[in-house]
Design a protein around this ligand. Structure first.
Ligand SMILES: Cc1cc2nc3c(=O)[nH]c(=O)nc-3n(C[C@H](O)[C@H](O)[C@H](O)COP(=O)(O)O)c2cc1C
Length: 207
């Protein structure tokens, strides 16, 4: 442990792949280790283990910003909104994020409604109080492989008042253990997780 465990820095790590031992999960685990090495308190969320309905677009949230569908979303939302930083990992599925991640994003439409419809916050005004890291992997080499996912993540992070502080995108990873052939990617994930924790600690007043 190099960092200060009492730094008060809280990070939520969101595993978005259905594979718990796949490429992005392995990368995120390393990033989590890096952040913890700096003394960050990291809470891990494994989306595939949660019961979370897709958004039903009923706008039950328009009264108070509370999603009308009661399932695991409420607990996940509270954990994410209590954190100072977010690490999100998703594989590329059809040039976007996984279904698990997309469901989470869409359920946060209730937060978007709270901010913009209920509290009247103007759109396009960034009030980022959190820092976010996005990790992703895809099988192919295409130049635009991550474009769709990056746009989704950027606007998702906006809703969470989170700056897309950094992202690490890895091509040509397909089978679950392909990442093991790239210790340099894993080392980079560890370093990036540690750097995220340091950046947050530098701007977060300690308790
Ligand atoms: C449903 C599905 C859709 C996919 N779509 C793409 C794609 O559009 N482009 C691509 O390069 N790889 C695609 N892949 C491959 C995954 O991105 C790749 O295997 C990745 O390494 C998986 O990450 P994970 O091990 O963290 O789940 C797809 C895989 C699945 C299962």
């Amino acid at each position: 442990m190099n960092g200060n465990p009492n730094s008060g820095c809280r990070i939520t790590a969101i595993y978005g792949s259905p594979r718990l031992e796949g490429n992005t999960a392995t990368l995120l685990r390393r990033a989590v280790e890096g952040a913890r090495d700096q003394g960050a308190a990291v809470e891990e969320i494994f989306l595939r283990d949660l019961k979370m309905s897709p958004c039903l677009e009923i706008y039950g949230c328009k009264h108070d910003g509370e999603c009308a569908i009661k399932d695991d979303f409420q607990q996940v939302r509270n954990v994410i909104l209590a954190a100072d930083g977010i690490m999100l990992a998703s594989p590329i599925f059809f040039y976007s994020v996984s279904a698990q991640v997309k469901i989470l994003m869409d359920r946060f439409q209730s937060q978007w409604v709270k901010k913009h419809w209920i509290e009247g916050q103007p759109m396009g005004q960034s009030l980022a109080t959190r820092k976010g890291l996005f990790l992703s992997a895809g099988a192919t080499r295409g130049r635009k492989l991550f474009d769709g996912a990056l746009l989704s993540v950027k606007y998702f992070f906006d809703v969470l008042d989170t700056e897309l502080w950094d992202y690490r995108l890895y091509r040509q990873l397909d089978f679950a253990d392909d990442i093991q052939r790239h210790p340099e990617y894993l080392a980079e994930a560890f370093q990036t997780g540690a750097a995220l924790a340091r950046v947050i600690q530098a701007i977060t007043p300690s308790d």
